[in-house]
Design a protein around this ligand. Structure first.
Ligand SMILES: O=C(O)CCC(=O)c1ccccc1C(=O)O
Ligand SMILES: [Mg+2]
Length: 305
């Protein structure tokens, strides 16, 4: 039995996070604390993204409210699959009790720096290069393709020769614009992958696209939650999986599936605080994930949570 407390936070982004889904201005989430009978406490974070396929913040708060002052492991294991961010928050707090204090220190990882959408990326890139980043992500499918293509060309001029660029369409391309991006990228070895070119349901069409072009394709929205990861694998996806542990359910279940099927994985932020980040990085270390983590997002908030 654990004593349970929680607090809801609101963090405004320094500038709104613009994707092909629209603008995101404030990250709301929950920090939970479990305390065992010996008095040891561990934290967990619930940081949902409803427009990505997780529960809403209101559903998460409701779930925390009905828990009451105490919770046991059985009740945690029974958090329903409709609440994947709650499963991750409670699940990672629970597994933290199995670790010694020193092993909860964050190991060192290569991070991918998240650039702002549009032309602002050109201005931002040099600062991130100076800070040591060598992998970057830029959002596409936000502006008309002719404009984005021009910005992309300038980004490649400024990108160090040994650096890598990820292009994230957030499902916002059509068959025609996806083919156009794959064509122009095929002559450019520094493109690590194009992420989620087509709508989340279009897995078969994405498999067909991946077979025709040299540039690797990653799925993100299509594999946002644990059931979607399983479904995409069952439908034959063997490309890259961008996984946001923060909304992918129980960490032990995710780890087992990635290992069993030897998935090629990129871990990615849900714009969580250090609490959720530490839990995701522990999982990345356990799984020995080699691709740069999509957690280079420190510039996106003014605070230091
Ligand atoms: O993965 C990264 O590199 C940064 C995180 C990121 O891009 C992101 C952050 C919040 C919501 C959606 C996304 C996304 O990958 O689409
Ligand atoms: Mg993405």
């Amino acid at each position: 039995m654990y004593k349970f407390t929680y607090s809801v936070y609101r963090r405004p982004f320094r500038q709104p996070l613009t994707t092909s889904h629209g603008k995101w201005e404030i990250r709301e989430g929950i920090i939970i604390q479990l305390t065992d009978p010996s008095g040891r406490s561990e934290l967990g974070e619930i940081a949902p993204i409803p427009w990505f396929g997780s529960e809403s913040i209101d559903r998460s708060i409701e779930w925390c409210q009905q828990v009451g002052d105490n919770i046991n492991t059985d009740k945690i294991y029974r958090i329903p699959d409709e609440l994947p961010a709650c499963q991750f928050g409670f699940g990672s707090a629970l597994t933290a009790f199995d670790l010694s204090r020193s092993s909860t220190l964050a190991p060192h990882f290569e991070l991918s720096g998240l650039l702002p959408a549009g032309a602002a990326a050109i201005a931002q890139l040099p600062a991130l290069v100076r800070r040591g980043y060598s992998t970057f992500k830029w959002k596409i499918g936000v502006l008309p393709i002719v404009q984005e293509e021009a910005i992309w060309r300038q980004l490649l001029v400024d990108l160090p020769i040994d650096a890598k660029l990820r292009l994230d369409a957030n499902g916002g391309l059509t068959q025609t614009t996806a083919e156009r991006w794959l064509e122009i990228c095929s002559a450019e070895a520094r493109i690590e992958f194009i992420e989620q070119p087509l709508a989340p349901a279009e897995i078969e069409r994405t498999i067909a696209l991946a077979a025709r072009y040299h540039t690797p394709i990653a799925l993100d929205e299509s594999v946002a939650t644990f059931d979607r990861i399983q479904a995409a694998h069952a439908r034959g996806w063997r490309g890259i999986y961008v996984i946001k542990p923060g909304i992918a359910g129980f960490p032990w279940r995710l780890a087992k599936f990635i290992t069993r099927h030897q998935l090629d994985v990129v871990f990615s932020a849900v714009m969580e605080t250090k609490v959720g980040t530490a839990a995701a990085w522990r999982l990345a270390a356990d799984l020995k994930i080699s691709r740069s983590l999509g957690f280079g997002v420190e510039d996106w908030f003014d605070d230091d949570l």
